[in-house]
Design a protein around this ligand. Structure first.
Ligand code: ZN
Ligand code: ZN
Length: 385
């Protein structure tokens, strides 16, 4: 699969430009406009405005089935610490997950395929907003993605630090964990710090609850089940000598199996109310966002693996890998349509910084292999008659 050097250079320029102008979820107005313009310039039919800033470009080329390729466009609310020449110009916003790279790769694949046209069928290039905890994929599905653009399968790519460039990793089932972000409020009764008997201390209740929650994965689940509960924020109190009237805890739960997820959620709910009640505290939990487990369709995952094996040396295609405990919004598309999600290596001679790290920068060496992978998938899954 030969990808023109000039196209890789063009995609690299787009990637760096996207990096310099990061936009948060549902605010990807400029990125979305540029994606739509570029797709139109390649002769695709373009539908803008799905889920707000989402864009779908359609490339029809003769009879055959329709399939979809997805990229995500949003950045994170973080301050970039790196000093690359294309560093973020938006204070407090940065592309720390490589969605700038995914978008540039998919745009370049659309450009490549619109001129090579070495396939028969229809390709939908899906650019989604708000992957980072804001449910852009779910919103695209709810707004009719698969009714407006019927397709037999959809595929998603993510760059993956820890895996060398030129490697691809996928398996036949679970790739990423479910995510439940929650907020727990513990209501007590404020009082003088010297007279705790006249109030109900939500801080002590919070301390007990935080430790008790860790006993769920450690003591209540089989060691062979996978679940991780992390309390990441604690907010309470104003004065050093006053017991406050409430504490707010925030955190996340991640699981690899839906049954485990439901079991743990009900245990957390029970702990919040029953563990704190004897302390005179009223506990409430509110789930803020949730993503299902990202689970590949076995047959679609095998197709991606076979394409990767056609493109890459055997030892660079990893099958049956351990899933990640991170989560992915693409799971919502996989619930609605068969498909597969895969990782492409991001480590060059120097290993990539981790995803969501303030020094992270997408590795442009992955652009060529990424375009080639999308083009190979299109050509092998939609073969010319
Ligand atoms: Zn991310
Ligand atoms: Zn990401």
């Amino acid at each position: 699969m030969a990808i023109a050097v000039s196209l890789i250079e063009e995609a690299t320029a787009w990637r760096r430009q996207f990096h310099s102008q990061p936009e948060l979820g549902y605010q990807e107005h400029q990125t979305s406009r540029q994606v739509a313009e570029q797709l139109r310039a390649c002769g695709l039919q373009v539908h803008s405005g799905l889920a707000g800033t989402g864009v779908v470009g359609t490339l029809e080329n003769g009879p055959g089935p329709a399939i979809g390729f997805r990229a995500d466009m949003d950045a994170l609310p973080m301050t970039e610490q790196g000093d690359v020449p294309w560093r973020s110009t938006q204070p407090g916003v940065m592309h720390a997950c490589g969605h700038d790279g995914h978008t540039a790769i998919l745009l370049a694949a659309a450009k490549h395929l619109s001129s090579s046209r070495n396939f028969s069928g229809t390709l939908h290039f899906v650019f989604q907003p708000a992957e980072e905890n804001l449910g852009g994929a779910r919103k695209m599905v709810a707004d009719g993605l698969f009714e407006l653009f019927p397709m037999t399968a959809i595929y998603g790519l993510h760059n993956w630090p820890g895996l060398p460039v030129g490697h691809l990793a996928i398996n036949s089932g679970t790739m990423m964990a479910s995510l439940d972000a929650f907020e727990i409020t513990l209501h007590g009764k404020s009082c003088h710090a010297a007279m705790p008997e006249s109030g109900a201390d939500p801080i002590v209740a919070a301390a007990q609850l935080i430790l008790a929650l860790q006993t769920i994965p450690a003591r209540r689940l089989s060691p062979l089940s996978s679940a991780v509960i992390s309390i990441t924020q604690i907010n309470a109190g104003e004065a050093i000598n006053v017991i406050p009237d409430h504490v707010v805890l925030r955190g996340t739960l991640r699981c690899l199996q839906q049954e485990v997820r439901m079991k743990v959620r009900s245990m957390i709910d029970a702990f919040v109310t029953t563990l704190t009640a004897p302390l005179g505290i009223e506990g409430h939990i509110n789930y803020l966002s949730d993503y299902p487990v990202t689970c590949n369709d076995a047959a679609e995952a095998e197709k991606v693996r076979d394409c990767a094996q056609a493109l890459l040396p055997e030892e660079q295609v990893h099958w049956g890998i351990n899933p990640s405990m991170a989560s992915e919004d693409f799971a919502c598309m996989l619930e609605a349509c068969p498909g597969a999600y895969f990782w492409m290596g991001a480590d060059g001679a120097t290993p990539s910084r981790p995803l969501h790290n303030a020094h992270y920068d997408f590795n442009d060496q992955l652009i060529g292999p990424g375009i080639a992978l999308w083009a190979t998938l299109a050509e092998r899954l939609l073969p010319l008659g």
